[in-house]
Design a protein around this ligand. Structure first.
Ligand SMILES: [Zn+2]
Length: 327
């Protein structure tokens, strides 16, 4: 049942993760498409690890270089995906390598589920390295990402069987205890899998998610995109001034929507803020206002969200032109 189309597998896992968690910020280690340990993919499951490096929101990804290049005695890459420290509101997933990575060693541990017992396990399983110490719990944002990734990986390479995603502690034959929440203590993986399987893809809430994501959180990105689009008067401009790889037709169309939605979004957000006011009557009136505004401008907001998703995808893939790839 294994899948050998490694790059496509990665892209499908990312897409499924985004479907499950629209807020997910995905970044890519340059060269991820060809990176690997030299063996060929035959993916049928996934393994969740901790890196054993202390991380924090101010130092979210201390193991990035080691996961890419390896360490003394173990050549890289050491994972296919990584989970930097992050919040639930801005969850992060980093793509490290499409091809098999040196993360799982031989299999045959105490709880293999349906995964195979083999001395050559890495080609069979995608590896997610959550970057945290393991002697403490991972951050809530990282746990969210781990659940999302587990469900996505199970769908893409495991025929939807969540039991095909396991902790390293379950498959290791050398006494690994990751993923841990305390020294030597492994997360309850039955509960982990249950929580992952029970995730449902929630459509973004127009009030909370779409407006915040599309307009407020990524406003700088969006305005930058609009400015670039404004420079383009002709199709030739799109090539000469931007490299021609952006879908400028859609962006240009979204520009008009964006200007209208800016006004609407401000009004809606103000109304939402009032919803927390204690007076029930006022809240009800405001709710009606919000509903009316949303019905009227849903199309604008959707266009705005789409344009912003394009910008976010580009930023995740290529990074900011000024600062390089997101790490
Ligand atoms: Zn491990």
């Amino acid at each position: 049942m294994g899948r050998r189309d490694a790059v496509q597998v990665i892209l499908e896992v990312v897409a499924e993760c985004r479907r499950l968690e629209p807020r997910l910020i995905v970044s890519y280690e340059p060269g991820w498409e060809t990176r690997g340990n030299g063996t060929s993919a035959n993916y049928e499951g996934g393994i969740v690890h901790h890196t054993a490096s202390a991380s924090s929101l101010t130092r979210p990804f201390p193991t990035q270089t080691i996961l890419r290049d390896g360490r003394v005695g173990l050549s890289g890459p050491l994972c296919n995906f990584a989970g930097p420290a992050c919040t639930v509101d801005a969850p992060r997933l980093h793509v490290m390598s499409a091809n098999p990575a040196n993360h799982a060693g031989a299999s045959g541990g105490k709880s293999m589920g349906p995964l195979p017992v083999t001395s050559l396990f890495n080609p069979r399983v995608l590896g997610l390295e959550i970057d945290y110490a393991g002697s403490v719990p991972m951050l809530a944002g990282q746990l969210r990402v781990a659940h999302v990734w587990a469900k996505a990986a199970a769908k893409v390479v495991g025929g939807g069987d969540i039991n095909r995603v396991r902790a390293h502690a379950e498959t290791s034959v050398t006494g690994k205890w990751d993923v841990g929440y305390a020294n030597g203590k492994t997360y309850d993986m039955a509960a982990f899998r249950r929580d992952a399987a029970n995730l449902t893809a929630t459509p973004p809430d127009p009030l909370g998610e779409i407006i915040d994501m599309a307009w407020y959180r990524d406003r700088e990105d969006f305005e930058n995109m609009m400015n670039r689009a404004a420079m383009c008067r002709t199709p030739a401009d799109r090539v000469s001034k931007t490299g021609g790889d952006w879908p400028y037709d859609r962006i240009a169309n979204a520009e008009a929507h964006a200007r209208a939605a800016a006004q609407t979004a401000a009004e809606v957000k103000a109304a939402v803020a009032k919803l927390s006011a204690p007076a029930p009557a006022a809240a009800a009136a405001d709710a009606a206002t919000v509903a009316a505004a949303l019905a009227q401008d849903r199309e604008f907001i959707a266009a705005l969200a789409e344009a912003t998703a394009i910008a976010m995808d580009r930023r995740a893939r290529d990074g900011d032109p000024a600062t390089g790839p997101v790490s």
